[in-house]
Design a protein around this ligand. Structure first.
Ligand SMILES: C[S@@+](CC[C@H](N)C(=O)[O-])C[C@H]1O[C@@H](n2cnc3c(N)ncnc32)[C@H](O)[C@@H]1O
Length: 291
């Protein structure tokens, strides 16, 4: 038997330098992703799965297929495979403590409170923000708070909009909050919990690529931009922070993930504590020539 002629079913097609460069460029130009040299194995494995489903034989064919698809669906499926949607309720809990103890009290006098969860994944982050607001005895919170929750992945956004989480996904929610804000239900044969309508009505989920045009005229008091910057190169990070901070009110807060940093980029935000920044008040920015 001539083993060299056997085509191993399930084996990955080879990813040439040129194919890797082409795919990396697509990911960078459309989504700001910095795949670098180290993600080759990951790209081959994750996109290889899509290729098999599409019965495409090489990465070159896949690249051409994505480029030719004017609907954007192929690009969206590609970025979905290349990034991780990992998240959890009250992830990095210090941010939620800070939100409750230091930020919410200063927002009480506002007639509308706008908060942006800028890479919300399947919704755990914005639901955690909403529960924190309600917990801080913000009686009127549901009526005057609007949380804009955006992500590039339509798949995770669908889940976020449903607001239904399997029992093993709700570990981070303290039992008292679970009882107050969620109701048990059976979904797809599994024990699940659904957020109550008053919590869900505080959040608007929208599809948004942070590399594209951001919502014109939108201003908010707090931006969560956590665990997404790691995907971007320095110049993309810098331009993203600059563009997002234009949407922050003066004195507004900017959160990044605790494993991320703004140290190597130029920005106008003041450091407050790990992964927490603040846009200076207008008077001080003007004084420092930054206004
Ligand atoms: C690791 S999750 C972070 C979720 C949440 N912020 C947290 O910290 O738990 C990163 C999210 O960023 C999204 N993402 C990646 N590139 C994006 C882009 N260019 N625009 C908007 N969202 C993007 C991914 O779809 C993913 O859901």
């Amino acid at each position: 038997m001539d083993c060299s002629r056997v085509r191993l079913t399930g084996s990955l097609p080879a990813l040439s330098d040129r194919e890797y460069e082409n795919i990396s460029r697509l990911a960078h130009d459309h989504f700001g992703l910095d795949l670098g040299d180290s993600k080759r194995g990951l790209v081959a494995a994750r996109l290889g799965k899509i290729m098999r489903q599409l019965s495409l034989e090489s990465f070159q064919h896949y690249y051409e297929y994505v480029k030719a698809d004017r609907s954007g669906a192929a690009l969206a499926a590609m970025v979905d495979r290349l990034t991780t949607n990992h998240t959890s309720f009250f992830r990095e809990p210090k941010h939620f403590e800070y939100l409750r103890k230091c930020i919410f009290p200063t927002l009480r006098t506002l007639s509308r409170i706008h908060i942006w969860s800028a890479a919300c994944s399947s919704g755990e982050e914005p639901y955690s923000i909403a529960m924190s607001l309600l917990e801080e005895s913000f009686q009127e919170a549901a009526a005057k708070v609007r949380i804009m929750a955006t992500d590039i992945s339509t798949r995770v956004l669908e889940k976020a909009k449903r607001g239904v989480y399997e029992a093993d996904r709700i570990d981070g929610i303290p039992i008292a909050l679970l009882q107050r804000y969620l109701v048990p239900e059976r979904a797809n044969g599994a024990n699940s919990f659904r957020f109550r309508d008053d919590i869900r009505s505080m959040i608007g989920f929208e599809h948004l690529n942070l590399m594209a045009k951001l919502p014109e005229g939108y201003r908010c008091s707090v931006i969560f931009c956590r665990n997404i910057m790691i995907y971007f190169d320095r110049s993309t990070q810098q331009s993203l922070v600059k563009r997002l901070s234009l949407h922050l009110e003066d004195g507004g807060y900017f959160f990044i993930g605790h494993s991320e940093s703004l140290n190597n980029i130029t920005h106008d935000l003041d450091y407050i504590s790990p992964a927490t920044y603040r846009k200076p008040e207008y008077a001080r920015r003007a004084q420092n020539g930054r206004g």
